[in-house]
Design a protein around this ligand. Structure first.
Ligand SMILES: [Zn+2]
Length: 64
């Protein structure tokens, strides 16, 4: 049984794997680093390094 893991940020398809797969993959589209684990037929995708682009400046000029 093969499983597909997709980027949690941009939904780009990152890789396919099977039970026992674990990998850190940098998304080719949005450049975020995600950790993929496939255990017991469950695909887990965690964002472990976020590359801020458009969201980085949000709030910086917020008056407080
Ligand atoms: Zn992505």
């Amino acid at each position: 049984m093969k499983y597909y893991a997709s980027c949690p940020v941009c939904a780009h398809k990152l890789m396919k794997g099977e039970n026992g797969t674990q990998a850190d993959i940098r998304c080719a589209r949005c450049k975020n680093l995600v950790r993929i684990r496939i255990v017991d037929d469950i695909v887990t995708v965690n964002l472990i390094e976020s590359i801020s682009t458009t969201t980085e400046n949000k709030g910086r000029h917020c008056p407080s």
